[in-house]
Design a protein around this ligand. Structure first.
Ligand SMILES: Cc1cc2nc3c(=O)[nH]c(=O)nc-3n(C[C@H](O)[C@H](O)[C@H](O)COP(=O)(O)OP(=O)(O)OC[C@H]3O[C@@H](n4cnc5c(N)ncnc54)[C@H](O)[C@@H]3O)c2cc1C
Length: 594
């Protein structure tokens, strides 16, 4: 990556800590894994298999998280007429020139083996009459390479298989699982004798709703932390993400000083069931796989509008479809378009998409007889904690995996069904890297700095003092983010959002910490980061639309934005250009206007 250019300091100020009570208990393990989606469960199992002691914490139940909601499937090259090179190409095209080619190469080459291991572990994917695993196609893929389970319940099946594998090792004292355990902040080693610190991470503060000795806020000490906390969907009014997706891991890493990458790249799924403007929180997703099986989009007049927009028409990458819908909404003055699946028939729809059919019917629409009203809603965070090919963040001892990380696999826009695969592949890589480093006596156990252990937290220097926003402000944050940092953005809209968030930050007070105010404050900190990066990204490609910069402009596009919390709490943002002639760069896809 080329040298940082144009470092500037934004007005936003992020505290080092969330205000929280002193840790009342202490525990330790070699590795603390945070989160129980595909990334966290895989990392925990793989680490234990390699001999590390593991503490896995998750903030509600093991099953909660986006993983269990994944419908469409998991992408991997399994067919004879497919190849990793083609999967690589489709991924690079979807990522609009900003994927890390080495990361995608690892994903597509290691993915098939990781999926076979998942099958061996007990995950049951749908099979055809010939007994072979059925493969389907989704938006942006030029081959059938999506494995699915239970028709449209792929994530649920993967989650079940991984949790069962965890239960099989429940008598192993080397792996401990704590549910209802919310990580609040990271613990870091003290500065050396020269006063310098590299930010070495050596644990976390954890709030547990438990019984006996482990209850309330405590300290988990470890040699390495793996953040696998998922996405940030709850930052917007309307999202496909479950309630636990409050971006905690990203906010935690940001406060600790980790480099955050391309957080402004948010994917909006084009076909989310539209239940009215006043319907907020998690909304029902109509998977791309439905279009993969032949459903198509029509406008309010019943006209198909994706043909002629892209060679893949209704199966174009998500950003292209979302933008086409946004254009339709602007042209027709409506708030939704329709998905037509009626020709697929009741039998097929019920067999292939049982969960989607059930969720549509529960909301008053029958896909076999009704047009389904749909509109884009937040779906996926393509940016996150910047990590290398082994999942290492910029802070020694801190790893990140899955949706909370930015491995470079997705670039500016994720290709459908690549995220489950990313969690699987990179969790393995992390386990291998940690095992290698432990074997080489790297990452020795260190005690957190005394202040970090509790005494001075929340007091003293303003940069370290955290005030919390009350949970009642969550809707105001979501509204501000949807208004100006959503699918359509401009300099004016992001300024409006930044001002609204600044006002909320200023209204924060000394409310006592608790899960609700911690999560709301995480949303605020991330919203401020995302909006600052969205303001600077003056281009229209990938997941969102910049209405004031409709023309392609590589000088302001082909690069990554890195943000790090400086010592005074300010955001230091740097732009890292990508060489457009680097090997593996896909031809730029055709441009879309607004
Ligand atoms: C409706 C829907 C459909 C999707 N369909 C697909 C698909 O078909 N194919 C595909 O590849 N991807 C799909 N995705 C995306 C994919 O599901 C996610 O990107 C992926 O599952 C993320 O996995 P993860 O392990 O990183 O996070 P998650 O599965 O979200 O898990 C995060 C975990 O972290 C825990 N956690 C969060 N904060 C804390 C904290 N502070 N302390 C402790 N624990 C914490 C959560 O409780 C949870 O257990 C879909 C997503 C949604 C929402």
């Amino acid at each position: 990556m080329s040298a940082a250019t144009d470092p500037t300091r934004a007005a936003v100020r992020i505290p080092r800590w969330l205000r929280a009570p002193e840790p009342g208990w202490t525990t330790s393990a070699d590795v603390l894994v945070v989160g129980s989606g595909i990334a966290g469960l895989t990392a925990a199992l793989q680490l234990r298999e390699r001999g590390a002691t593991v503490l896995l914490v998750t903030k509600t139940h093991l099953e909660e998280g986006s993983t269990a909601w994944a419908q469409g499937g998991i992408a991997a090259v399994m067919a004879e007429d497919d190849s990793p090179e083609e999967h690589l190409h489709d991924t690079l095209v979807a990522g609009v020139g900003l994927c890390d080619v080495a990361a995608v190469t690892a994903l597509v080459h290691e993915g098939p083996q990781r999926v076979r291991e998942l099958v061996a572990l007990g995950a049951i994917f749908d099979r055809g009459s010939d007994g072979e695993i059925s493969l389907t196609r989704e938006g942006g893929h030029h081959r059938d390479r999506i494995l699915h389970a239970g028709g449209d319940a792929t994530g649920k099946e993967i989650s079940r298989a991984l949790i069962e594998a965890l239960h099989r090792v429940k008598d192993d004292p080397g792996i401990e699982v704590i549910e209802h355990a919310l990580v609040v902040d990271l613990l870091q080693a003290p500065p050396g004798p020269d006063g310098q610190t590299d930010g070495r991470v050596c644990g976390a503060t954890v709030h547990v709703i438990g019984e006996g000795q482990v209850d309330g806020v405590g300290a988990a000490h470890c040699r390495a932390v793996v953040l696998a906390t998922g996405g940030l969907g709850q930052i917007y009014s309307s999202t496909t993400n479950p309630p636990v997706a409050t971006g905690d891991g990203m906010a935690i890493a940001l406060r600790a000083g980790a480099v955050m990458a391309d957080v402004e790249f948010v994917q909006f799924h084009p076909t989310v069931l539209f239940l009215g403007d006043d319907s907020t929180g998690q909304q029902p997703l109509i998977s791309e796989a439905v279009r993969g099986e032949g459903a198509f989009l029509v406008d309010v007049h019943g006209e198909r509008f994706m043909q002629g927009q892209h060679e893949l028409a209704d199966l174009a990458p998500r950003d292209v479809v979302s933008r086409a819908i946004v254009r339709q909404l602007a042209t027709t003055g409506t708030d939704h378009v329709f998905l037509d699946c009626r020709h697929l028939g009741t039998d097929f729809l019920e067999r292939r998409f049982p969960s989607i059919v059930a969720s549509c019917r529960a909301n008053g629409f029958d896909p076999a007889t009704d047009l389904l009203p749909v509109a884009p809603a937040q779906h996926y965070a393509s940016g996150g904690v910047a990590v290398d090919l082994d999942g290492r963040s910029s802070l020694p001892g801190l790893y990140a995996c899955g949706e909370c990380s930015c491995s470079g696999v997705h670039g500016a826009n994720r290709l459908a069904s690549n995220s489950l695969l990313e969690g699987l592949v990179f969790a393995h890589r992390i386990a291998e890297d940690i095992a290698r480093r432990f074997a080489a006596d790297e990452l020795p156990a260190v005690q957190p700095a005394p202040a970090e252990a509790g005494a001075a937290r929340g007091a003293g220097d303003a940069a370290y003092q955290s005030v919390l926003v009350r949970s009642k402000h969550r809707q105001a944050i979501q509204h501000a983010m949807t208004d100006g940092s959503g699918v359509v953005r401009s300099a004016e809209s992001t300024a409006r959002t930044a001002a609204a968030l600044a006002a909320l930050a200023a209204s924060a007070d000394g409310v006592e910490g608790g899960p609700k105010s911690w999560q709301t404050t995480n949303l605020l900190h991330l919203g401020q980061l995302l909006t600052e990066l969205a303001r600077r990204r003056e281009e229209t490609r990938g997941g969102h639309v910049r209405s004031d910069h409709p023309e392609p402009d590589d000088a302001h596009w082909l690069g990554h934005q890195h943000a790090v919390r400086g010592a005074s709490g300010s955001l230091d943002v740097t732009y890292h250009p990508v060489d457009p002639s680097r090997p593996g760069q896909p031809d730029r896809p055709p441009e879309e206007g607004l």
